[in-house]
Design a protein around this ligand. Structure first.
Ligand code: NAP
Length: 290
């Protein structure tokens, strides 16, 4: 299958490399070519990708991973957030629509404020910041696509050079014997990027359309996630982990405090069983060594 991936940030690059390895013809479209992009992936401008798609006769798929992901930056620059998180999707969607591709869009778990129960794909959303609002606007556009897949998720794991990586920040801090402050008041169920990429691939192959949550089964706070990471990395450094209340972090943009997504639609449709978080984190730590 021909796959055109817009945005070669951490997720886009990882998807491009994995799909290319799996035998897809992959074109990555981005402003800059990341050094981590494998040789098997063609790097292109939008126009070149469009020309290739017109010439292609079989099924093809577009994946949009373009976004402004820095939540505080989105709050300070709402017009740019609107452009990256919403308008960009409309632009490529309308351009390729006459060719009837499968369109995959990556949304977010930052669509809720507080809660107690995991949110399913049909639960009401209540975004609390510009990032969440602009991501939600993109979901509303996606709802018009018959062959659209909208993934709600939150991931950890390998990132590309220059991109923020919370796990590496924690590891670096404890290596330098610096205290790490994490909040117990923000709760979610993130998934290893490798499992996310394999999940997205399965949904494309099975042509499962609509909104789908891809997350872990385990629900953790940011503090608990850091606790698991440090335990797996070097148990002796656990005393460096400190708890800090959400209110004391003084974020510029308000944060979603309850981002737990119910993943049962995904696990049932894809026949997937998701490993526990400590297992996923061990896999991440092992992948750093290779
Ligand atoms: N990271 C997470 O845990 C997480 C959680 C939930 C959802 N998501 C979603 O997952 C998707 C991928 O995120 P990621 O982690 O891969 O983010 P990322 O590494 O920051 O990648 C985002 C990409 O979008 C590009 N971009 C932004 N604005 C653009 C514009 N106006 N025109 C062209 N390119 C533009 C960036 O290009 P430059 O590099 O040139 O700036 C970058 O390559 C996003 O939709 C994000 O909202 C991520």
């Amino acid at each position: 299958m021909l796959v055109i991936i817009f945005g070669l940030g951490s997720l886009g690059t990882h998807l491009a490399n994995t799909l290319s390895k799996a035998g897809c013809v992959v074109i990555g479209v981005s402003r800059n070519k990341p050094q981590e992009l494998s040789d098997g992936v063609a790097h292109s401008t939008n126009e070149e990708a469009y020309a290739r798609a017109i010439a292609h006769t079989g099924e093809f798929c577009i994946i949009n991973t373009v976004a402004m992901t820095d939540v505080d930056h989105c709050e300070a620059h709402p017009e740019s957030a609107y452009k990256s998180n919403f308008e960009y999707l409309i632009k490529i969607g309308e351009l390729f629509k006459p060719l009837n591709p499968i369109l995959v869009h990556i949304s977010t778990d930052q669509l809720y404020d507080r809660g107690t129960l995991p949110k399913s794909e049909v639960d009401e959303v209540s975004p609390v910041n510009v990032y969440g609002y602009t991501k939600r606007m993109a979901e509303i556009y996606m709802a018009k696509w018959d062959r659209g897949i909208t993934i709600r998720t939150n991931y950890f794991g390998r990132t590309i050079a220059g991109k923020k990586n919370n796990f590496e920040f924690i590891i670096k801090s404890i290596e330098c014997s610096k205290e790490v402050y994490m909040t117990p008041d923000i709760v979610f169920n993130p998934i290893n990027i490798d499992l996310l990429v394999s999940g997205i691939t399965k949904l494309i192959n099975k042509k499962v359309f609509g909104i789908i949550n891809i997350t872990s089964n385990d629900v953790v706070s940011r503090y608990e996630l850091a606790n698991i990471l440090i335990k797996e990395y070097d148990q002796r450094k656990l005393s460096l982990l400190r708890s800090i209340r959400y209110e004391d972090l003084h974020f510029y943009a308000k944060r979603s405090r309850w981002m737990v997504l119910n993943n049962s639609k995904y696990t049932e449709l894809s026949h997937t069983s998701i490993p526990a978080l400590p297992h996923q984190i061990r896999d991440y730590l092992n992948s750093r060594e290779t």
